[in-house]
Ligand binder design. Structure first.
Ligand code: NDP
Ligand code: GDR
Length: 386
């Protein structure tokens, strides 16, 4: 523990139930913080990712506390900030799905754009501008249509979705409050980061779930959108370390957090299938492109999936393109330049893509193995496809 009990730092995390919120909570608790999180009211519990951190709210020694709230409710946010008097706010809450933002653009602008303003303004109105440091979850989606690569803190933005446009407002209002009111407010411009806790509809998790289900005989085909998009993928565990470091500097600033390595969606698919011993070859073009099972590494299959029998045969089509997953405007190429965070924060990622893919696939195999056991014992399980 880095903070002693009587002067422990207080953090407030919006989006605490999300992928990053869960890893960041773990990190800050391990550093001795009192962690407050904002969760939305939902008709069923939505705290799966943080249930292991739960503490009895009646306990006086609790160092993890959840509050109901919403990024669209100024009064609620102001009240929580007033009550918790945080030293650090990590604003992670957002409607974070790029494709869905085309369906709900107004809500996305409200939660992701104006939501950030609500946090900044609450801190200012409560007179906390000298006490409370603010981290804003900015994104590589700001770069959008490629202007230059690799993308750094000085690369111009050209957002390509309602999500990215909302995040662009959030980026600049954070900079503006820093300059106008001398607040410690920073943007982490994070490139894609993934983990076994990644939401099921983001491409990496969609792939690792499908690979696991196909290997276990629970799914036949993986339907995909744009296979040519390139992303700079890192591990969420590494990226929440960067968030923390960004708020521990002498002066506030904005930082790109990335690995500097870019990979095509198609290659991520191949890597994920290879984890279970299935080697693919891709044939065809555009919407007619398919991924075919070319060979099987039986030793790997038995080692990672513990399966001797499986449903698929050599030559089976395991991947097809479905244009329903295409986006009206796409971001083709992201590759970050992390020099500033390397040099100023001393931040370097510990995971590479191979270890990330392996961890995700093995976690999903373990998850669906449980479902398989339930199905075998007569239970009905909904095999929803993302
Ligand atoms: P997730 O989608 O996993 O989590 C988003 C969190 O925001 C969830 O806790 C969600 O709650 C909450 N949330 C959504 N809308 C609201 C709202 N109106 N009010 C309150 N809470 C809300 O995202 P990640 O953890 O992956 O990402 C964290 C942040 O970082 C997001 O802002 C994202 O845009 C940004 N980002 C993510 C990157 C990535 O690669 N993961 C890269 C760059 C930026 P619920 O659980 O109820 O849905
Ligand atoms: P992204 O992540 O849009 O980069 O936003 P996502 O994983 O959704 O897409 C990455 C790329 O894969 C292509 N793609 C598909 N994507 C999905 N979701 N489903 C598919 O079937 C599919 N097929 C191909 C996409 O077109 C895209 O090019 C994520 C989010 O976490 C944001 O909140 C965050 O800001 C950025 O990363 C950095």
């Amino acid at each position: 523990m880095e903070n002693s009990q009587n002067k422990r730092k207080v953090a407030l995390i919006t989006g605490v139930t999300g992928q990053d919120g869960a890893y960041l909570s773990e990190l800050l608790l391990s550093k001795g913080y009192m962690v407050h999180g904002i969760k939305r009211r939902t008709s069923l519990f939505n705290t799966d990712r943080i249930d292991h951190l739960y503490q009895d709210p009646h306990s006086e020694n609790s160092n993890f506390k959840l509050h109901f709230g919403d990024m669209t409710d100024s009064m609620n946010l102001t009240k929580i900030i007033q009550e918790t008097q945080p030293d650090e706010i990590y604003n992670l809450a957002a409607m974070s799905h790029v494709k869905v933002s085309f369906d709900i653009p107004e809500y996305t602008a409200n939660a992701d754009g104006i939501g950030t303003l609500r946090i900044l303004e609450a801190v200012r109105l409560l007179g906390l501008e000298k006490k409370t440091k603010i981290y804003q979850a900015s994104t590589s989606e700001l770069y959008g249509l490629v202007q230059a690569v690799p993308q750094s803190e000085t690369t111009p933005f050209y957002p390509r979705s309602p999500y990215a446009v909302a995040k662009m407002y959030a980026y600049w209002i954070t900079v503006n409050y820093r300059e106008a009111y001398d607040m410690y407010a920073c943007n982490g411009i994070l490139f894609n980061h993934e983990s076994p806790l990644r939401g099921e509809t983001f491409v990496t998790r969609k792939i690792t779930r499908a690979v696991s289900k196909i290997a276990l005989g629970l799914q036949d085909i993986l339907y995909m959108g744009n296979l040519d998009a390139k992303r700079d993928w890192g591990h969420a565990k590494d990226y929440v370390e960067a968030m923390y470091l960004i708020l521990q500097q002498d002066k506030p600033s904005d930082y790109v957090i990335a690995t500097g390595v870019t990979t095509k969606v198609r290659d991520f698919i191949s890597l994920a299938f290879a984890e279970v011993g299935f080697n693919l070859r891709f044939e065809g073009e555009g919407v007619d492109e398919v991924g075919i099972l070319d060979s099987i590494d039986y030793e790997k299959l038995a080692h990672n999936v513990e399966l001797v029998e499986h449903k698929v045969q050599l030559g089976d089509v395991l991947v097809r393109v479905d244009p329903a997953y295409f986006r009206p405007t796409e971001v083709d190429l992201l590759i970050g330049d992390p020099s500033k965070s390397n040099n100023q924060l001393g931040w370097y990622p510990k995971y590479d893509l191979k270890s990330l893919v392996s961890e995700m696939v093995l976690a999903d195999v373990a998850l669906f193995r449980k479902d398989l056991d339930l199905i075998k014992s007569g239970h009905h399980i909904l095999m929803q496809q993302e």
